[in-house]
Design a protein around this ligand. Structure first.
Ligand code: ADP
Ligand code: MG
Length: 275
């Protein structure tokens, strides 16, 4: 197996891009499972009301399941809602339920509305029994208060980019939101990682988009690209990540390689990569 050394501190990565369907959830759950397969303790926080990350990690998230909604709105401790994924004993999920759909509006009138997730996560991680090497936050496709809570709680931003026409559209809006967060809410936040997803190397367009992204973000783009693969898209319907569903598939191998790169590249070395 890969020769990787964990840093010993918790890295909190928010997986964000306000475009839908670019591979945020797929990247969050598969990177998390890959990191776990390399020995890391990993928590995925599902911050999308659709609950796709919870589904892929095989954890129940029906309407009556204690969820991240209860944490954000009713100040439940994170420890009370976290479930262990059936996939691995070191892979955890804070599930989302349909109630989260209302949270975006309910949060508006709350005290410290941008800091709710950060406070809950700090409380959780301050207890010696709750060590995590990685926390990955799966964001909804918007730049609303849920995503702002993720940006405020995170130390690093991971942007998945789908290699298609218009890939960079909307990125400047995302980056200006990040600058606003850095200035007013979370000076620690660093754009550390960009991952090219659903890559089809046979098309000239995908190659061009990849080149363009690498020119703009030389330091942040991982060498690994995630290929378009049917196994990746099938896995969630079995309540699994592709790591468990078909660990030898091209998608699983790519997500493991991405995980190794993420472990090896420390956020400290990408500090100059501020958005
Ligand atoms: P987002 O969370 O950004 O909305 P998803 O992760 O849900 O995006 O991905 C959108 C769709 O693309 C899903 O149906 C997913 O299964 C599919 N998909 C994501 N990555 C891949 C891939 N590497 N190969 C094939 N299909 C993929
Ligand atoms: Mg998603």
């Amino acid at each position: 197996s890969a020769n990787v050394v964990l840093s010993g501190r918790t890295r909190v990565l928010t997986v964000s891009n306000q475009k839908g369907g670019v591979g945020k959830t797929t990247t969050a759950v598969n990177t998390a499972a890959a990191l776990a397969s390399l020995g890391a303790r990993v928590l995925v926080i599902d911050l999308d009301p659709q609950g796709n990350a919870s589904t892929a990690l095989g954890v129940p998230h029906t309407a009556d399941t204690p969820s991240i909604y209860d944490v954000l709105i009713d100040e439940f401790p994170l420890a009370d809602i976290i479930q262990t994924s059936p996939e691995a004993e070191n892979l955890f999920c804070a599930p989302s339920t349909i109630h989260l759909a209302g949270a975006e509006i309910e949060l508006v009138s709350q005290v410290a509305r941008e800091h709710r997730l950060r406070t809950a996560l700090d409380d959780y991680l301050s207890s010696a029994e709750n060590t995590m090497d990685f926390v990955l936050i799966d964001c909804p496709p918007s730049l609303g208060l849920l995503t702002i809570n993720a940006f405020t709680a995170a130390s690093e931003l991971l942007i998945p980019i789908q290699c298609e026409y218009y890939a960079l559209e909307g990125l400047s809006q995302l980056l200006s939101t990040v600058r606003m967060i850095q200035k007013h809410l979370n000076p620690q936040l660093v754009l550390s990682t960009i991952l090219l997803t659903m890559y089809d190397g046979r098309t000239r367009l995908a190659q061009q988009v990849a080149e363009e992204v690498r020119e703009h973000f030389a330091k942040q783009v991982l060498d690994t690209v995630i290929p378009r693969s049917v196994r990746v898209s099938e896995a969630p319907s079995f309540g699994q990540t592709v790591i468990a569903y078909d660990g030898q598939s091209a998608g699983a191998i790519a997500y493991r390689e991405a995980a190794v790169e993420i472990i090896r590249r420390d956020s400290a070395s990408t500090k100059e990569g501020r958005a």
